[in-house]
Design a binder for this molecule. Structure first.
Ligand SMILES: Nc1nc2c(c(=O)[nH]1)N[C@H]1C(S)=C(S)[C@@H](COP(=O)(O)O)O[C@H]1N2
Ligand SMILES: [Mo]
Length: 318
């Protein structure tokens, strides 16, 4: 189901066409951001092509000791099927998304259903910068300096009942804003889920920006999930609904192909995807001659997350 550019499966490195394309995407993006800023009602003092910086973001102890992937790659090489299935589509076409006004509804197993506006989500907890390694199931990776706050803080505020064992997330469902939803490549709206302990883990982030700035549309404006020990598709973008459930959610990717995409989706170099190896990865933006590197168990975050899966067969629970 996942549409794979050949270069991501083959152990070959970045091609000249890709380098050229990424540059083209970056040039194309500035206008899109300006338009998004206008539509989104961001500060009117912002001149064309300026991006909105957060103030007072605190740096945190969570930071990969690796160099962040260049901004142009983080915002020009994306998966966001609501805008098309090629890597350049989200940067090229996501200006139709309007990240303001935006509210997230909280429902299911909670004391009282609520709605919260994005501006109030910003105030729920101090915004932190967290530099995380990100690994896509397709075999490429990036290092991204996110801005966000722990999902745990949102969950405490939401007051789930004792029956809540899972958290389910839903992306906006709107063909006007997300023209890719006219195709049936996935079951819309895109949904994902976490077990409650995974959701409460201190690594789990609700990201509202990157590189110190408000989230670009193509990366999931205005708010998305980030779970750096799981494959990238867990990181559901442009969230409008969060539902606490007793039953394990069935995600869009599980519905698309249950043999290839499980609920846990933990990065695991020892468990291959049915159609390709997961042992190595291609780090985006590190240059033409860069070799593929070894993928680490839980994407290198085993110390923080491995205990949640002790006693589980990770071949069965993939
Ligand atoms: N709603 C939605 N969320 C999504 C996707 C998507 O297609 N739609 N793609 C996922 C995949 S496969 C990856 S790798 C990450 C990519 O996030 P990035 O573009 O910010 O790097 O977003 C994830 N979240
Ligand atoms: Mo991905």
């Amino acid at each position: 189901m996942l549409i794979l550019p050949k270069s991501d499966i083959a152990p070959s490195d970045i091609t000249p066409q890709e380098v050229y394309q990424e540059r083209r995407q970056f040039l194309g993006m500035a206008g899109g951001l300006a338009l998004a800023a206008a539509l989104g009602g961001l500060s009117t003092s912002a001149a064309a092509n300026t991006r909105q910086k957060f103030s007072g973001v605190i740096s945190s102890k969570f930071g990969a000791d690796e160099k962040p992937t260049p901004y142009k790659d983080v915002t020009g090489y994306n998966n966001f099927y609501e805008f098309g299935t090629s890597k350049s589509d989200p940067a090229d076409f996501s200006e139709t998304l309007r990240p303001r006004p935006w509210t997230v509804s909280i429902e299911g197993e909670v004391k009282k259903p609520k709605r919260i506006a994005i501006e109030d989500l910003y105030k729920l907890a101090p915004l932190e910068e967290r530099i995380y390694r990100m690994r896509c199931v397709e075999g490429w990776s990036m290092v991204i300096p996110w801005v966000g706050f722990p999902l745990a803080d949102l969950i405490k505020w939401a007051e789930p009942t004792g029956n809540a064992k899972y958290v389910e997330f839903f992306t906006l469902n709107d063909q006007q804003q997300m023209p890719g939803q006219r195709s049936n490549v996935l079951d819309w709206p895109y949904n994902e889920g976490l077990r409650m302990d995974e959701a409460m883990n201190p690594l789990t982030l609700m990201a509202v920006g990157l590189y110190g700035e408000q989230m670009p549309n193509q990366n999931g404006a205005p708010i998305r999930l980030v779970t750096p020990w799981k494959y990238g598709f867990k990181g559901i973008k442009s969230i409008v609904r969060i539902k606490f459930t007793e039953q394990m959610p069935v995600s869009s990717w599980m519905k698309a192909n249950i043999h290839e995409y499980g609920f846990y989706s933990n990065v695991n170099p020892d468990v291959d995807h049915p159609r390709w190896s997961q042992a190595t990865e291609r780090r985006i933006g590190t240059g033409f001659f860069q070799k593929r590197q070894k993928t680490l168990m839980f994407n290198g975050y085993a110390e923080q997350v491995a205990q949640m899966y002790s006693g589980m067969d990770l071949r069965k629970n993939f």
